[in-house]
Design a binder for this molecule. Sequence first.
Ligand SMILES: Cc1cc2nc3c(=O)[nH]c(=O)nc-3n(C[C@H](O)[C@H](O)[C@H](O)COP(=O)(O)OP(=O)(O)OC[C@H]3O[C@@H](n4cnc5c(N)ncnc54)[C@H](O)[C@@H]3O)c2cc1C
Length: 253
Amino acid sequence: GPAGLECAYTAAQRGHEVHVYEKRDQIGGTLLEARKSPYGDEELFSCIDYQKVQCEKAGVKIHLGKEVTADMIKDELPDSVVLAMGPVYAKGTAPGFDGKNVVNILDVMRGEAKLGENVVVWGNRKPGIGAALMLAKQGKKVTLVGKEKSAGFDINPSFKWRYMIFLRQNNVQAYNDCDIEEIKEGEIMVKTYDGYRFPVKCDTVVVSERRPNDQLKNVVQGEGIELFVIGDALMPRNLSSAVHDGFHIGTRI
Ligand SMILES: Cc1cc2nc3c(=O)[nH]c(=O)nc-3n(C[C@H](O)[C@H](O)[C@H](O)COP(=O)(O)OP(=O)(O)OC[C@H]3O[C@@H](n4cnc5c(N)ncnc54)[C@H](O)[C@@H]3O)c2cc1C
């Protein structure tokens, strides 16, 4: 993804031998899905196009379709490992989150999830907003439910208000400062942080909430290898933070 690629060419420009391992068959990370949101989000991918050229120029070796595993790290014993694996999409703990009607945002963006007519997107940061707008454009009746006090608080302020207008124009109802209390057949129960409860019609819940990714950390540390965790794996944020993390660590290794 963008964090790993930025780190890779920055470190390679400084003379390091850098290998990028990507488990999918193409680079781009979550931006492969993010660019499918409407209203110009395909532009996000120009960052990857730039990083790809920089990686080629700096001699970074990119291995596609190769998942990093504990065994691989133990076999190769590199001098440094940078974990830039993106976030974990966190299912909630409320009753019903283990149901078949709860799906992952990346599957939704790829068009691989089965959705009903009334869709609730859980998480009111930019990923949730992007998914909500895409689904509304497909004709779904979409509700956004999120813990943040204001939807899209992670969006650059000069863009945020455009997204608020797009949500209104597409009839996406946003409930902020609240959480899902229970997922039932055909509806969810929403609970606000000041104690109100109300039902929302819902056939499918889309999970867009993210949390840091701890995978492989213990293995790397256990082998005594220098370790860095960057991008959404460290703390789920956005593209500019991922690029910043990558550059920062690329100059430090
Ligand atoms: C729908 C949606 C819309 C978004 N819109 C925006 C937006 O408008 N603006 C913005 O700034 N941000 C947006 N984001 C967030 C942005 O995409 C992320 O913050 C950013 O991609 C994080 O970059 P990253 O490099 O840390 O991780 P990722 O982009 O998640 O990349 C991680 C990569 O690691 C690979 N990987 C994982 N485990 C392994 C392994 N064991 N071995 C090998 N490879 C592995 C994954 O396949 C993936 O390619 C959006 C996200 C979504 C889901």
